[in-house]
Design a binder for this molecule. Structure first.
Ligand code: HEM
Length: 51
């Protein structure tokens, strides 16, 4: 995940990071067998426009 950069960098990124620090460990604790439905190589990603 990215929060953008420069003057339009995400204003909520500190809130989002704090929430994710709580939510992600809890998610993986409750669903320890959670896996991607497809291999990572098959997940479509578009890096156009990034450095
Ligand atoms: C995982 C959660 C989040 C992600 C991945 C995320 C991502 C982003 C990204 C990439 C941008 C920049 C968009 C651009 O370049 O035009 C942005 C902008 C912004 N985000 Fe977030 N965001 C998240 C959560 C939040 C939260 C929780 C808030 C508010 C509490 C928030 C408020 C904003 C605002 C107000 C902007 C506009 C900033 C500006 O244009 O000056 N975001 N966000």
């Amino acid at each position: 995940m990215g929060f953008g950069h420069g003057v339009h960098a995400c204003l909520g990124q500190n809130v989002a990071r704090a929430e994710l620090k709580t939510v992600l460990p809890k998610l993986f604790q409750r669903l320890p067998n959670l896996r991607l439905a497809t291999p990572l190589e098959e997940v479509p990603m578009d890096f156009t426009g990034t450095d």
